[in-house]
Unconditional design. Structure first.
Lengths: 285, 207
């Protein structure tokens, strides 16, 4: 027991490097040899490394099943291997979870805007100041929502295409809805929001027709009908003139309409389009 | 001799870069066995390895401009191991599909046909090989790659750092720990342990 180093076992990495004649200086090798002379444990570990190594070297190796020479066709077409279909899934399918989350976020913002709007109109006169601050906050939320909506789109042209397609498929809302019922496992989650979806597009055009708005119950009953809220506000005397319904919409309400549209588009892009898109396999994510 | 072989490959690559597919295919002829075998060991599946090997050469052809003139053997092995990693990752994403695609792994573990208790050392040696091949499939991908490249295909530690992008210390650790794990896996089975210890005594008496 003259030198301390003889008592310490040699790290396994160094033993294998020693066995392999690799990655050690001649000094390190000498130290290892010195240690091995006294240490049966390390000799055994060394022998194990050597045994496994030689067994591996003796493994029977398979013959090549065919030639891998390239043909002109291999060279001209890009190597889209069939073993990685994730790469060739349609853009809309690859991004569907992003759309879902963005749609959910937009829906949450929409609810907030509606709440703010209801609160600002039903409140007392004192709340006029509150109204403006809320409007400000709604304003500052609106760009955020737009950012989120833009986020998923890497190719803006495709995004536009998706939007268009989304709006088209809104027109025939009944069909995708039925599909949602049967196909979507998260049906409970989708449906309430999906019902909201068809409302907003009708909103601006149908506005004059909503004459039942002054009926206060309509607003409170239909908590899940955001539009009823906005219609009611127009009819409420106080802030704006009642005659011009279209012109009477506040910034907050316009924001709500925009958000509702956005929500609808995102949810359709997230839930409906991936299922009906040509070439998309039903596989989730 | 290495000089002339190296020169020959440089020339073939120069021709291939200018569009000579036949020149590139001469390289394929020389390396396809090596590349295919590396892929078989890393993936543990013959048909996946076939795809990986083919992809390797297609990728190499497309990446000829990026070849820096170093060891062609290491460069191709790097493309192959990367391709294998990609395939393994894709498999993990689709666990259901991988069951069909990997006959090797669906075989029940550790059920080598008892080749009768033959004292014949060739028979027991090949039986041990079967155990070892299965044990190899149970290593981590990194360990399996390092051990395969060094022990089976004779790449040096330095070449393996070059191929895998890992540090020398990491490569040392993967090789030594990979082998230790293989030994432990063999010793976990009675029959394998017996065969291993016989081989161990043989290699011990040699040294």
């Amino acid at each position: 027991m003259t030198a301390g180093k003889n008592n310490q076992h040699i790290p396994i990495e160094d033993l294998s490097a020693y066995a392999d004649g690799e990655a050690l200086t001649s000094e390190q090798r000498a130290t290892i040899e010195q240690h091995l002379a006294h240490c049966a444990d390390c000799r055994e570990e060394l022998a194990a490394q050597q045994t496994i190594s030689s067994l591996l070297a003796d493994l029977p190796e398979p013959e090549v099943p065919r030639s891998f020479r390239l043909t002109p066709a291999d060279v001209n077409t890009k190597p889209t291997s069939a073993s990685d279909p994730v790469e060739i899934q349609p853009w809309i399918v690859r991004n569907q979870s992003r759309f879902r989350w963005a749609g959910l976020a937009a829906a949450v913002l929409l609810v907030m805007v509606i709440t703010a709007d209801l609160f600002s109109t039903t409140g007392s006169d004192d709340s006029a100041t509150e109204f403006t601050t809320m409007q400000e906050s709604a304003d500052s939320e609106a760009p955020a929502a737009e950012e989120r909506a833009d986020e998923p789109s890497i190719m803006s042209t495709d995004e536009d295409a998706a939007m268009d397609a989304a709006e088209e498929s809104e027109a025939e809302e009944a069909a995708p809805d039925a599909e949602l019922d049967s196909a979507a496992p998260e049906g409970d989650e989708d449906l309430p929001v999906a019902e909201e979806a068809p409302e907003p597009p009708d909103e601006p055009t149908d506005q004059p027709a909503v004459e039942l708005a002054p009926d206060d119950d309509a607003a409170t009953d239909d908590a899940d009908h955001p539009v009823a809220g906005t219609a009611e506000d127009d009819a409420m005397p106080g802030i704006q003139s009642v005659d011009e319904t279209d012109g009477g919409l506040s910034l907050l309400q316009w924001t709500g309409i925009g958000l509702a549209l956005l929500t609808a588009v995102l949810l359709v892009a997230g839930f409906v389009l991936p299922r009906v898109w040509p070439g998309s396999s039903q596989s989730p994510r | 001799m290495f000089e002339t072989e190296h020169d020959r490959y440089q020339q073939l690559i120069a021709s291939a870069r200018s569009g000579d597919l036949e020149a590139f295919n001469q390289i394929v002829d020389d390396f396809q066995t090596l590349i295919y075998r590396i892929c078989v060991r890393i993936l543990g599946d013959a048909s996946l390895a076939e795809d990986a090997a083919q992809d390797t050469f297609i990728k190499a052809y497309g990446a000829l401009e990026q070849y820096q003139g170093g060891s062609l053997k290491s460069w191709l092995a790097r493309i192959a191991t990367n391709r294998c990693y990609d395939m393994i990752r894709a498999q993990r994403r689709r666990p259901a599909a991988s069951l069909d695609a990997q006959p090797v792994e669906t075989q029940p573990e550790w059920t080598v046909e008892p080749v009768s208790e033959h004292p014949d050392s060739f028979a027991s040696r090949s039986q041990l090989s079967e155990y070892l091949e299965r044990a190899l499939q149970q290593l981590s991908h990194d360990q399996r790659t390092a051990v395969t490249l060094f022990d089976i295909h004779g790449y040096s530690y330095d070449e393996i750092t070059d191929i895998t992008g890992a540090s020398l210390g990491t490569v040392k650790s993967r090789i030594s720990r990979g082998r230790l794990r293989l030994r432990d896996l063999l010793q976990a089975d009675d029959r394998a342990r017996e065969l291993y210890e016989r081989a161990w005594r043989q290699s011990d008496s040699k040294t």
